[in-house]
Design a protein around this ligand. Structure first.
Ligand code: PLP
Length: 515
């Protein structure tokens, strides 16, 4: 493809993207294909000779779009919000064109410096303590990672390194393997599956602790777990607290958990992948009381801040815990300005990194703080509107408080009928939702996901649910009595590489959620 063709098809692609976004309601929100559909349609070998791009273009609608789930449709209500905006797409276009591999400042100074500036902007927008900022008093700062999962794993490794170093200073004869087998991390029983996975990958035990009736992890629960584990000879070292859990958007009480972590020298990481974006609005900052105790904090602008996947931001108070822990510095990666600016390769797992701050910069400048606040508040209001429709209907109940853009609800008739309702909704195909399960209760989650969602869209989704409920309730007496639906991942069956059970706390295996 030469420059002229690139201009031609670039313009055509931009038009295609704008049409796709503006007319997304007209598409079926979920694909109707079965596994292997594409294999039947595409040749099994790459073309021997160059093809005309016009032909390639035609095949997007013919072969690709039928297999796409339209996450940015206002009728997609699964998981959590997934950001996407035109400025963010333009940022990715430019990043792809520049195509630098910004692992050190020297490989493209703008790539590092824009990331330093934009993560500070964002940190200030979320009212993070200044210790988390590059412009703050210490060695803190923000860094763009791919995902919140990668961040929690990295933080767990840094915390593991910190505690192993400390113990070896006190007891130099102890071997790493012996120390590792005694380490124990904690999270709430509502934590995202990526948190449990970080312990498996990091070869440490992780105890899932019972959350309270509001699905919040409380200080007393952590205190008791730490006391018990210490009596057993274990070494508590890491807590992943969740602000906005995946199942119900619940908030751990970090004001209670923080002082315990401080006293016990436990690294507190905060996973605010979804709900963290709401802290841009002062009225939601009550949920971050206690943030000053955190060592690290992460939020996904690619979820709820208008940025397309992938862009997850992690802030750390003392970046030396990362730089010292994972510093491998061969001569070919060095440069003369080392130490004056962050070399982000030390702050992440891969070596290479993209110029992702461009899309954050483009979005923040296009929307401003006020635009982001307006978007968050609109989603929260739409969730409240949906909650009202559901409650006014009379046949549904809300299963946990609606605090942000997620509504958790079910039919009052119970688990089995609600399960049937979901299958009716998915068969109908006009909207998409996923279920969750906690404390023997099966419920549906309606997340306000798309930027363009309006009150009319929410009413439309409610109408679909209402008509499906009509059908299901007509036959509800045929649906057999409730029995618990067990959907949890049982960590007790999983062993890490040291052959140690990832979770020895068998009392906590029943509750869980779907992702
Ligand atoms: N943490 C929470 C609370 C989540 O809801 C999710 C995903 O939904 C994650 C972590 C994982 O996010 P990521 O896909 O960025 O790893």
């Amino acid at each position: 493809m030469d420059a002229e063709e690139f201009r031609k098809y670039g313009r055509k692609m931009v038009d295609y993207i704008a049409d796709y976004m503006e007319n997304i309601r007209e598409r079926d929100v979920v694909h109707k294909v079965t596994p292997g559909y594409l294999k039947k349609l595409l040749p099994s070998e790459a073309p021997e000779n160059p093809e005309d791009f016009e032909e390639v273009f035609k095949d997007i609608e013919k072969f690709i779009m039928p297999g796409v789930t339209h996450w940015h449709s206002p009728y997609f209500h699964g998981y959590f919000a997934a950001g996407n905006t035109y400025p963010s797409i333009l940022g990715d276009m430019l990043s792809d064109a520049i195509g630098c591999i910004g692992f050190s400042w020297a490989t493209s100074p703008a790539c590092t410096e824009l990331e330093v500036i934009t993560t500070d902007w964002l940190g200030k927008m979320l009212a993070l303590p200044e210790e988390f900022l590059h412009c703050g008093p210490g060695d803190g700062g923000g860094v763009i990672q791919s995902t919140a999962s990668e961040t929690v794993f990295l933080c767990l490794l840094a915390a593991r390194n910190k505690i192993v170093d400390k113990i070896k200073k006190e007891k130099p004869d102890l071997e790493d393997k012996e120390i590792l087998s005694k380490l124990v991390a904690y999270c709430t029983d509502q934590a995202n599956s990526s948190v449990h996975r970080s312990a498996l990958l990091g070869a440490v035990k992780m105890h899932k602790l019972d959350s309270d009736s509001n699905f919040s992890l409380r200080g007393d629960t952590l205190r008791k777990a730490v006391e018990n584990d210490k009596k057993e000879g274990l070494i508590p070292f890491f807590l992943c607290a969740s602000l906005g859990t995946t199942g119900t958007c619940a908030f751990d009480n970090i004001e209670e958990l923080g002082p315990i972590c401080e006293k016990e020298d436990i690294w507190m990481h905060i996973d605010a992948a979804y709900a963290g974006s709401a802290f841009v609005c002062p009225e939601y900052r009550k949920y971050m009381k206690g943030i000053e105790y955190a060592e690290t904090f992460s939020v996904n602008p690619h979820k709820w801040m208008l940025i397309n996947f992938d862009l997850s931001v992690m802030w750390i108070k003392n970046s030396l815990y990362l730089v010292d822990a994972f510093n491998v510095d061969p001569i070919y990666l060095r440069h003369t300005n080392e130490g004056k600016v962050p070399d982000y390769r030390h702050w992440q797992i891969p070596l290479g990194r993209r110029f992702r701050s461009l899309k954050l910069w483009f979005m923040l400048r296009s929307y401003g703080v006020s635009g982001v606040q307006k978007y968050i508040r609109k989603h929260c209001q739409l969730a409240k509107d949906f909650e009202k429709l559901i409650l006014d209907d009379g046949r549904f109940e809300i299963t946990s408080e609606t605090v942000m853009g997620l509504v958790c609800f079910r039919l009052k008739k119970g688990n089995k009928v609600t399960e049937k309702l979901l299958s009716e909704i998915l068969d109908d195909g006009r909207i998409y939702m996923i279920p969750a399960f906690s404390r023997d209760t099966y419920f549906l989650r309606l997340a306000v996901v798309a930027e363009r969602t309006t009150s009319d869209d929410i009413r439309y989704s409610y109408e679909v649910i209402r008509t499906c409920a009509d059908k299901v309730l007509q036959h509800s007496e045929e649906i057999t009595a409730d029995e618990p639906v067990v959907v949890d991942i049982d960590l007790s069956r999983k062993k890490n590489i040291l052959g140690v059970n990832a979770d020895t706390n068998s009392a906590n295996h029943v509750n869980g959620h779907t992702t």
